[in-house]
Write a protein that binds this ligand. Structure first.
Ligand code: ADP
Ligand code: MG
Ligand code: MG
Length: 251
């Protein structure tokens, strides 16, 4: 699904490398976690996967289903099945959540040369997905994320994810600042969307989320490199022993 090879990257026009040779493979259906201390480059990696133009890849490659995505625009990446969940979802006053979802879905369909969904067909899909995720449809009439609680923002995001049916979901510290109920919403959503054809890259500083989204693999990112890879027990070890000990041992 995803193969990151010797990826070096920096903020465009700045000298210092943030990613310094990341190697990472995520297989079809795999849930891979990336854990790392603050400043290790976790968000940079997710922005680069999404195609943010203020970051620059200086070496290496990112292959998605065997093809390099480095030259692809963010919307092309999204159309090809990449989904990025943000740490802080944007508020969009004046745009009903329902309208936002329909626009996003139809933009994706257009990029794939598929017909726009009719309103009844769109409504059928939203209702089905909202039902699966136990989302109150009343929420969808409100402007996107405006005045939403932390849990409601996460519900809106998971619903968006469910509707767009991505193949690879990158979730950057989606758990930060969430209470346990909101955390469970995210985890239930991810677990409901787990399938042999869909992979997840779950980026987190804390082990707690991984109690609910049990990863197949855990990678430790430190100073722009993956320094250790293991299974879910590695996350527990990090929680017990702290990052510095594990990173020193790996070095
Ligand atoms: P993490 O998400 O693991 O906390 P980040 O990817 O946010 O790490 O940051 C990694 C390093 O890159 C940090 O030292 C940070 O200060 C630096 N960095 C990230 N974005 C920028 C930017 N836009 N301009 C300058 N430095 C940046
Ligand atoms: Mg950070
Ligand atoms: Mg970050």
């Amino acid at each position: 699904m995803l193969e990151i090879k010797n990826l070096h990257a920096r903020v465009a026009d700045e000298g210092t490398e943030i990613l310094r040779g990341v190697d990472l493979t995520v297989n079809d259906g795999e849930i891979a976690a990336i854990m790392g201390p603050n400043g290790s480059g976790k968000s940079t990696l997710s922005y680069i996967l999404a195609g943010r133009e203020d970051y620059e890849v200086t070496e290496g490659d990112i292959l998605y289903n065997g093809e390099s995505i480095l030259e692809m625009e963010p919307d092309e990446r999204a159309a090809s099945g990449l989904f990025l969940a943000f740490q802080y979802p944007l508020e969009i006053p004046g745009v009903a959540t329902m309208t936002f979802l329909k626009t996003a879905l139809n933009a994706q369909r257009k990029a794939r040369d598929e017909d726009e969904l009719t309103t009844p067909e769109f409504m059928r899909r939203v209702k089905a997905a909202a039902g699966d995720l136990k989302i109150n449809p009343e929420m969808l009439k409100r402007p996107l994320n405006v005045g939403f609680s932390g849990g409601e923002k996460k519900r809106a995001e998971i619903l968006q994810m469910a509707l767009l049916e991505p193949k690879l979901c990158v979730m950057d510290e989606t758990d930060s600042g969430l209470d346990i109920d909101a955390l469970k919403i995210v985890a239930d959503g991810v677990n409901a969307l787990r399938s042999p054809e869909r992979s997840f890259l779950v980026i987190t500083h804390y082990q707690r989320l991984l109690d609910y989204i049990v990863p197949d693999t855990v990678h430790v990112l430190s100073n722009g490199r993956i320094v250790k890879t293991g299974d879910k027990d590695l996350a527990l070890q990090l929680e017990r022993e702290g990052y510095s000990q594990i990173i020193e041992e790996a070095a």
